[in-house]
Design a protein around this ligand. Structure first.
Ligand code: SF4
Length: 399
């Protein structure tokens, strides 16, 4: 038996990939521990230069305290070897997500037949339904490190959701790199049908999508989201830029008016969140101001802000004219706008009831994925009825 620790950087899909390695090691009889474990798995991210350098630091740190460190995930698949020169006990695993758990488990060595699932988080399960992307946005390294879009069979996805619910998970998040590309042609499933089928899982209380490209927000999907009672009133729709010139330069396949038109039917009901890149090569001050306007008009609340950094192998790899200070200032302005929009949404909850899924002591999320601060005596995993009493910088205060 080996002991292992696992750390994941980056997006929800990276988190799921790390979880798959964890589950495989648990199934093989290994035991999860902290920094004193024999083996560390560092599941890396490469979406920005900063993400790679954080991943590298994490691997270096782990190499000091573990006998062996496996570097997995997107960063490990970068063409320019981002993890060269690390200590000898670091093993870089440049493999697709589907192959990584078996490789790591094989290398660590199985002892077999021990109780798995012992330490799984029972509140929220991220179920990966799709991986890779065939869109090739000009700035994005993901298609290079994860490959083209591919989907899991619907029956495997639905069986996993049932298993997660049986384990006690209250919420399932359908996760993918480009979720709207989900297809199981043999069984006749697309994402809207999968949402309806997943939502019908007996005992499932909440269902969410991790993220969806605006190109895939169509009538069929909107109907599936509205007509599936388990679906929460939250949708994360990456904008990346709110200026048509920048969107074109990014190769994003939509215009601002398309983005706004497709989100309009959801604005009232759904909490809409997004990702925006600031300081893209084609973004000048005017284009950035247009982006701020678009964020306001779209009614977005939480915006994850990413300062642009060129990624190796992409169309814009050699292009980075916006000064770091300028990116920083634009990022701060956008974050401030987003924070104000969150506060405004949270204020509407004062005096109203909501159902909060407590996922950490004293914290949880309401039906539209707004964060709530609740009594920290409420057990993690409880779904509790609360009433908004006020607003704090980090969420709605429950009475
Ligand atoms: S849609 Fe664009 S930004 Fe998103 S993963 Fe695919 S290529 Fe990257």
């Amino acid at each position: 038996m080996a002991t292992f620790s696992i750390r994941s950087l980056g997006c929800k899909v990276s988190h799921v990939d790390a979880h798959e390695v964890r589950e495989r090691l648990l199934v093989d009889g290994h035991v999860e521990r902290g920094d004193d474990a024999d083996v560390a798995i560092v599941n890396t991210c490469c979406v920005t230069h900063e993400a790679v350098s954080k991943s590298r630091k994490e691997a270096t740190r782990a190499a000091r305290t573990h006998r062996r460190v496996y570097v997995t995930g997107c960063g490990a698949n970068l063409a320019a070897n981002a993890f060269a020169g690390l200590p000898e006990n670091v093993v870089v695993v440049p493999k697709r997500s589907e192959e990584t758990p078996a490789f790591v488990a094989g290398d660590v060595g199985a002892i077999g037949c021990v109780q798995a699932d012992a330490r799984l988080d029972r509140v929220r399960a991220f179920v990966k339904v799709q991986d890779g992307c065939s869109f090739s946005c000009n700035f994005c390294v993901i298609p290079l490190v994860r490959g083209a879009s591919r989907s899991r069979a619907a029956d495997a996805v639905l069986a996993e959701i049932k298993r997660r619910v049986d384990q006690g998970h209250r919420e399932v998040v359908l996760t993918g790199i480009n979720l709207g590309c989900y297809r199981d042609r043999a069984a006749g499933f697309d994402l809207p049908r999968l949402v309806r089928a997943a939502g019908a899982t007996p005992g499932l209380e909440r269902l969410r999508l991790s993220s969806i490209e605006i190109n895939h927000v169509n009538d069929a999907l909107i109907a599936a989201l509205r007509e599936t009672p388990a679906v929460t009133r939250h949708l994360h729709v990456p904008l990346q830029s709110g200026d048509d010139g920048v969107l074109l330069a990014m190769g994003r396949r939509y215009t601002v008016s398309t983005y706004l038109r497709r989100l309009a039917p959801l604005q009232e009901e759904f909490n809409l969140t997004s990702d925006v890149i600031v300081g893209f090569p084609a973004e000048d001050e005017r284009a950035f101001a247009t982006t701020l306007d678009t964020v306001r008009t779209a009614g977005l609340t939480k915006v994850h802000v990413f300062p642009y950094s060129p990624r190796p192998g992409t169309v814009t790899a050699l292009d980075d004219p916006v000064r770091p200070q300028e990116k920083k200032e634009r990022g701060a302005r956008l974050r401030s706008l987003s924070h104000d929009a969150c506060l405004a949404r949270w204020r509407t909850k004062i005096g109203h009831d909501d159902l909060v899924l407590v996922d950490r002591a004293g914290r949880g999320y309401g039906d539209d994925y707004s964060p709530w601060l609740v009594d920290d005596a409420i057990p993690v995993g409880e779904l509790v009825q609360v009433r908004g009493a006020g607003v704090h910088d980090e969420g709605v205060l429950a009475a």
